[in-house]
Design a protein around this ligand. Structure first.
Ligand SMILES: Cc1cc2nc3c(=O)[nH]c(=O)nc-3n(C[C@H](O)[C@H](O)[C@H](O)COP(=O)(O)OP(=O)(O)OC[C@H]3O[C@@H](n4cnc5c(N)ncnc54)[C@H](O)[C@@H]3O)c2cc1C
Length: 362
């Protein structure tokens, strides 16, 4: 007998030729740690906020609050009224929102509209996944707490955020980070003698997390920012000196994601390509699934993802990879033969990608 009632099995019907069915993005991963600090160059006060790998949506509000605090401290010695934010992804727009709260005139410069960014392509699970934080455990603790609570408070307010059960066979590294750094933020995972799906005989865990639907979240953020007087300027910067010479504002917030690799000559940045298969929406699916790949039910699609191509910096989806991805998750639900080694490179949630530091007590 299953320990919990059997939940609805996803419908895995997938046509990779449907427009928008296969998408690819590149995670802005940074070796050793994401970057969140300030420097003064050529008379400009520059705050960096990039390199959040596979957790940019997750950490966004927490990092934006840190950016606000850094700028607020700077304003005690400077008399600036305007700030330039570079980047219209989740990092740029959440930072812009916090800086508008300080009463600053905010201009966002970006070579892409919000809907064209990597952030818009993200799956949307709240998970501290594929991001490094060596030596920054205390800072990350605050970021995680602020980010989670800000998202939680926005449930039901049009930001595309919902609380969801997540089923997983093992307690993953990204879950342990949250449990160890911020005990009590989310309830402890509940062990299940058998996962509550047809065809799924393995034991597992259920835990509560948030789902943030990037198309809804980013569209709402953009609309709110415009309503509050934030200006969006389409501009591509060629280099760091181009930024410093062409941006009039004396305060600059660098939220260029992977773009920082070239603009700031940041050799710690590593592109990690991820592909997603977008199945038709299935309103009856009310849970996330994540083990060797993941499945999220969103309002627009059921998203299947988890591929992981280190060093690959292109956004070209591959239909056969997306088909393999669907087949792989389908096999986890007993709907297709299990292959001991999947045809595609899936990120295994038990370990972080390149470096896997132990999580120290804070
Ligand atoms: C397939 C996939 C699934 C993901 N799933 C999740 C998930 O479930 N949960 C989660 O938390 N995260 C997820 N992520 C990670 C998340 O998408 C990123 O961490 C996040 O989007 C980074 O945000 P960002 O604002 O730093 O970068 P971006 O969204 O890439 O924004 C960067 C901005 O800078 C601008 N820019 C860059 N260079 C220049 C330049 N030279 N001149 C002018 N403008 C420039 C760009 O146009 C853009 O506006 C996923 C990523 C991928 C690829």
């Amino acid at each position: 007998m299953p320990a919990t009632p059997t939940l609805v099995t996803p419908d895995f019907t997938f046509d990779p030729d449907t427009p928008g069915a296969c998408i690819a993005g590149v995670r802005p991963y940074r070796n050793s740690s994401y970057r969140l600090d300030a420097e003064t160059i050529a008379g400009k006060f520059v705050v960096h906020n990039y390199g959040h790998g596979g957790a940019g949506i997750t950490l966004s509000w927490g990092c934006a609050a840190k950016v606000r605090d850094i700028v607020a401290r700077h304003l005690t010695v400077a008399n600036d009224k305007a700030v330039a934010v570079l980047g219209a992804g989740v990092m740029g727009m959440t930072a812009a929102s916090q800086l508008t709260d300080l009463g600053l005139k905010v201009t966002i410069y970006s070579d892409r509209s919000p809907a064209e960014t990597t952030s818009f392509k993200a799956g949307g699970q709240w998970a501290v996944s594929v991001v490094e934080f060596q030596g920054k455990e205390a800072e990350l603790k605050g970021i995680i707490k602020t980010a989670f609570t800000t998202f939680e408070e926005s449930i039901g307010k049009g930001f595309g955020v919902s609380r969801q059960p997540n089923y997983t066979a093992t307690r993953s590294h990204n879950l342990e980070i949250v449990l160890q750094l911020v005990p009590g933020l989310i309830p402890p995972p509940v062990p299940l003698p058998r996962m509550p799906f047809e065809g799924h005989a393995r034991a597992g865990f259920e835990y509560q997390t948030l789902l943030i639907e990037p198309p809804i979240f980013l569209s709402k953020l953009e609309a709110d920012l415009r309503a509050r007087g934030v200006t969006f300027v389409r501009k591509k910067f060629a280099s760091r000196s181009d930024v410093l010479n062409s941006v009039a504002q004396k305060m600059i917030i660098n939220c260029t994601g992977l773009g920082a690799m070239m603009l700031w000559s940041d050799t710690k940045m590593v592109p990690i390509k991820g592909q997603l298969a977008m199945l038709p929406a299935q309103p009856d699916l009310q849970y996330l699934y994540g083990q060797d790949g993941y499945l999220f039910p969103r309002a627009d699609h059921v998203v299947i993802g988890g591929t992981f191509e280190v060093g690959v910096n292109d956004e070209i989806p591959n239909r056969s990879v997306c088909q393999d991805l669907v087949r792989h998750i389908k096999s986890q639900f007993g709907q297709a033969p299990i292959k001991p080694v999947p045809d595609i490179h899936i990120h295994h949630p038990d370990h972080a990608p390149i470096v896997n530091p132990p999580i120290p007590e804070v």
